[in-house]
Design a protein around this ligand. Structure first.
Ligand code: ADP
Ligand code: ADP
Length: 236
C-alpha cells in the first residue's frame, strides 16, 4: 500500500479555476518525492489534498491508506497526527520556547495526558531536539534563533509525533546554502533512520537533485511527468 496514491484527481475551486486535472500519482514507502512547477501549477492544492484541508472535486485520494475526504472529524485528526508538516516560513509561536513549540503536536492530542504520557512526551521532545541538534537551545525563544535554527525547530516539531509521512512546503526557501545543506541532511537522515516517506514541494532544482528519488513536474494543474533523479554526486 503506497503512503500517497492519487487517481484521476481533479480539483476545481469555487469560481471555476481548475487547479488540478486528471492527476495520477503514487509515492512509495520510504521515498523522498519532489514536486516542482511554476507558481499556480497546483502544488499547494496537492498538499492541501494530502493534509485533508481540501477535497478533490473528482477522483480518489489515499493518504496512508485512507481517503481524508471520507473520514469522520475524529479519524481525520488521527490521520493528521500520522503526518508531519514542514511549512514554508516555519510558523513558530513567538511567545513559546523552542521546547514548547516542538511539543505542540503532542499537546494537541485529545484528552488529558496521564503522568506516563507526559513523561513520554517530554522524552519525545528531547529526542526530536537532539535529532535536529538543538537540544541546547530548548529554552530559547524563536526570536533568539537564526533562520536556519528556526527551520530545524520546525522539522523537530514535524517529527515529534513520529510521522510515517512528512510533507514539506518549500522547506529551504529563504535559507542560505549552508543552512539548506543542514535541512536536507535532516530529511535524508529521517528517511534513513525511520523510513519516513517525504514529499517535498520546492522551486529549487538543487534540492531535487540532492535529496529526491523521483520528481513530479506540474504544469497548469496537470502532472506532466514523473522522473527518477539520478547522479546525486553529493549524496554520501
Ligand atoms: P502553486 O502552489 O503551484 O502555486 P496553487 O495550488 O496555489 O499552485 O494554485 C493552482 C491554481 O488554483 C492557481 O490558478 C490558483 O490561482 C488557483 N487557486 C489556488 N487557491 C485558490 C482558492 N482558494 N480559490 C480559487 N482559486 C485558487
Ligand atoms: P536519540 O538517538 O536522540 O535517542 P531516537 O533515535 O530515538 O533519539 O529518535 C530521534 C528523533 O527521531 C526524534 O526526533 C524522534 O522524535 C524521531 N523519531 C523516532 N522514531 C521515529 C519514527 N519512527 N519516525 C519518525 N521519527 C522518529
Amino acid at each position: 500500500d503506497h503512503p500517497v496514491a492519487l487517481s484521476g484527481v481533479d480539483v476545481t475551486y469555487p469560481g471555476g479555476t481548475r487547479a488540478l486535472a486528471g492527476v495520477d500519482l503514487t509515492v512509495s514507502e520510504g521515498e523522498i518525492f519532489g514536486v516542482i512547477g511554476e507558481s499556480g501549477a497546483g502544488k499547494s492544492t496537492l498538499l492541501g489534498l494530502l493534509t485533508g484541508e481540501l477535497t478533490a472535486t473528482s477522483g480518489t485520494v489515499r493518504v496512508l491508506g485512507q481517503d481524508p475526504a471520507r473520514l469522520s472529524p475524529g479519524d481525520l485528526r488521527t490521520l493528521r497526527r500520522s503526518l508531519g508538516v514542514v511549512f514554508q516560513g516555519v510558523h513558530l509561536l513567538s511567545n513559546r520556547t523552542v521546547r514548547q513549540n516542538v511539543a505542540l503536536p503532542l499537546a494537541l492530542e485529545q484528552g488529558r495526558p496521564s503522568r506516563d504520557e507526559r513523561a513520554d512526551h517530554r522524552e519525545r521532545v528531547a529526542q526530536a531536539l537532539r535529532f535536529v541538534g538543538l537540544d541546547t537551545r530548548a529554552d530559547a525563544y524563536p526570536a533568539q534563533l537564526s533562520g536556519g535554527q528556526r527551520q530545524r525547530v520546525g522539522i523537530a516539531r514535524a517529527l515529534v509525533s513520529r510521522p510515517r509521512l512528512l510533507l514539506c512546503d518549500e522547506p529551504t526557501s529563504s535559507l542560505d546554502a549552508t543552512t539548506t545543506d543542514g535541512v536536507l541532511a535532516l530529511l535524508r537522515e529521517a528517511r534513513e533512520r525511520f523510513g519516513t516517506t517525504i514529499v517535498v514541494v520546492t522551486h529549487d532544482l538543487g534540492v531535487v537533485r540532492r535529496v529526491c528519488d523521483r520528481v513530479a513536474l506540474f504544469e497548469s494543474g496537470a502532472l506532466r511527468e514523473v522522473l527518477p533523479v539520478t547522479g546525486a554526486v553529493e549524496r554520501e
